[in-house]
Design a protein around this ligand. Sequence first.
Ligand code: SF4
Length: 372
Amino acid sequence: MTEAVGLYFHVPFCLKKCPYCDFYSVAKKPEEKEFLAIIKEDIRRKKSLLEERFFLREIRIITFYAGGGTPSLLSQAFYESLFSELSKHFIFEPVELTIEANPEGLTLEKLSGYKEVGFNRLSLGVQSLANRGLRFLSRVHDAKTALKALEMGAKVFENLSVDLIYGYIGQGVKTLLKELSLLLNFPVKHISLYELTPYEGTPFAERFGERQRQKNLRLGRKLFLASHEFLEERGFIHYEISNYAKPSYFCQHNLLYWEFKPYLGIGPGAVSRIENLRWKDDEVLEELTPLDMAKEVIFMGLRMQKGFSTLQIKRLLGFSIPKEDLEPLLKEGLVVLDGERVCPTLEGFLRHSLVVKYLWQVVEALYKEGGR
Ligand code: SF4
């Protein structure tokens, strides 16, 4: 049997740990030789697991995403060896190969090297184009370095994506729109726009008191709506709750997660999911029941403008969500129906957790009753 999957490669190294970051990464420069040996072993283990547990003899890698951490701390030669190893074990024919890069330490030569080895999409961790914002986020780079990186990135990569964070203290609608205008001086095709969130366990969680959280909640809504309007007017599609893209530049790799398609992860901390099994390294984290999978389809689907398919829910659970159960959401203007799809409105995006919670309760109750 052949399975088509997306492959995520986790690079757990950064120059410095950012105080808001809850990703697994350590402030350390990578020892490439040592790290490559670990990754090769990981690939071999994953391959045997896929053969033994899923009887999959052929795996086709359709997207590749190097994320982190800071994948741009690794050299062109490293990726050359990695891709050649992957080709030995899988049908390695990704249509989209993304590398995340931080602005510090980037050069035209380095970027060209990544392109030469096969990457066709660059995701730049700009985060802010204001020195005030970058200082607040304790980033290594300043605005000048970010602008330089954008200039170089656009020279080498036609498919250029940028990560931005909004909601740092001191940023209002005006400053956010100024940063977005500055950004759009470059031919950026994709923007990931995340709200600054003080995740538990990070130094920022301690710094942000309850009053600040409440204030941010109100401001966050304003910033979200203002950026939505600004970017849509300039031809970007708000295709996912935190992602905007020009037509035909949606991130193919991330769509696999949101559409509940199978993916493999390599590198420390990377999670894989095929069928109903989710695992990390050799450890099975979860065996998902049909109800778990339906809930994930709802959660992930409602992150996308195109929503989730009720047919997919029916395939998993054996019953559909009756229209009467969608009525409260339709009435409140939180979702709309598009054929068999339930799609969030802009207000539905803003109240994503509430919509998800409601629909989870609906499917849980139906599941208990065995459908209606
Ligand atoms: S550079 Fe990115 S991955 Fe590394 S610590 Fe900062 S936010 Fe986290």
